[in-house]
Design a protein around this ligand. Structure first.
Ligand SMILES: CCCCCCCCCCCC/C=C/CC(=O)SCCNC(=O)CCNC(=O)[C@H](O)C(C)(C)COP(=O)(O)OP(=O)(O)OC[C@H]1O[C@@H](n2cnc3c(N)ncnc32)[C@H](O)[C@@H]1OP(=O)(O)O
Length: 295
């Protein structure tokens, strides 16, 4: 194993295939490169098709904590600079779940410093995903509330499994408020009227309901989600890349710039907001209700 390089995190080096993390695998084959680490984001790059599959892997519910968000950001940065990579499928390695959104425990009884670091990691992961030059598709094979919904909406195309799974920005139900850039992404996805209703109610939609308001693009049986994404990708890959990227960039730039221009203010605002007594009380009650569900 190569010795870790100074000035570069072990995590980043692992993603670049420079070190083999304890317990993890870095496998290189002619057609597939898998970056499997003890971490929570698995990347499988098919160098024949140029399609990378990025799987969130933090069972049981892929809640997004500081580590997951940092790993996701690094994985996206790496794919962005990989000239052979044309498209990325965002999926889950945990059955029945896409992502349960932000890890609520990162927001409950945390320190202001940790809150700021956590929020910066979320901002960076989102900027990398929403601003990606790649074709990005979400394979939603399970529940996708809140931050999970944000990740899915930030892709170019969404295929969701039919059945009991739900998707939406349910923040108000937790006594918190969707940040302006979550709102912007939803506005760009389903328009003003549906967003206004969805956000105030903290609505969680079934796959069919989500399809009817344009929150997802296709609903298929669970086993068909990945084949459907792969089929759709074939259409997208036929479009001249430069023209597609310019179109995507011009349509998303205003929303991306809005956050870029006030990242630090937004992070501070989050830390102050989340540490309010009333917000902490609501989060505490929500956590208790999740636990009670089981008993
Ligand atoms: C003036 C004001 C201006 C406004 C300014 C705004 C400033 C910023 C405000 C802050 C915004 C913050 C944004 C937040 C976005 C989010 O993403 S918040 C997270 C929301 N997520 C949820 O509500 C999902 C909750 N989870 C569920 O509903 C269910 O778990 C599930 C449907 C996803 C899956 O159900 P099931 O398969 O039955 O699993 P469970 O038994 O419920 O869960 C297993 C296990 O995981 C724990 N867990 C679930 N979700 C989370 C989570 N998000 N974070 C952490 N942990 C989670 C759950 O408690 C169980 O734990 P135990 O096994 O009991 O230990």
């Amino acid at each position: 194993m190569a010795a870790p390089m100074r000035g570069m995190s072990v995590l980043r080096q692992a993603f670049q295939g420079l070190v083999r993390p304890a317990g993890g695998q870095v496998c290189r084959q002619v057609q597939h490169r898998c970056y499997s680490t003890p971490g929570h984001v698995q990347v499988d790059m098919n160098s024949e098709t140029g399609v990378a599959t990025v799987r969130l892997n933090r069972p049981p519910v892929n809640s997004l904590n500081l580590d997951v968000l940092t790993e996701l950001s690094i994985a996206l940065e790496k794919l962005e600079t990989d000239k052979s990579c044309k498209a990325m499928v965002l999926a889950s390695a945990a059955p029945g779940i896409f992502s349960a959104g932000l890890d609520i425990l990162e927001m409950y009884q945390s320190t202001p410093e940790r809150c700021v670091a956590f929020w910066r990691a979320l901002q960076d992961a989102w900027l990398n995903l929403y601003g990606s030059r790649l074709i990005t598709m979400a394979a939603i094979e399970g529940h996708s509330p809140a931050g999970g919904c944000l990740l899915a909406m930030s892709c170019d195309y969404r295929v969701m499994a039919e059945g009991k799974f739900q998707i939406g920005l349910n923040e108000t139900k937790l006594g918190i408020v969707a940040p302006f850039w979550f709102t912007d992404v939803m506005l760009n996805t389903i328009g003003h009227r549906e967003t206004e209703k969805a956000l105030q109610l903290g609505a969680l939609y079934s796959a069919q309901q989500a399809l009817s308001i344009g929150l997802v693009d296709k609903v298929v049986p669970l086993a068909e989600v990945m084949p459907t994404v792969e089929g759709e990708l074939k259409n997208w890959l036929q479009i001249p890349a430069a023209a597609r990227v310019i179109t995507k960039t011009s349509m998303r730039k205003a929303v991306l710039d809005r956050l870029r221009s006030q990242k630090e203010k937004d992070a501070q605002f989050f830390a102050d907001f989340i540490n309010r007594d009333s917000v902490q009380k609501s989060l505490g009650m929500y956590i208790a209700s999740l636990q009670k569900k089981k008993n």
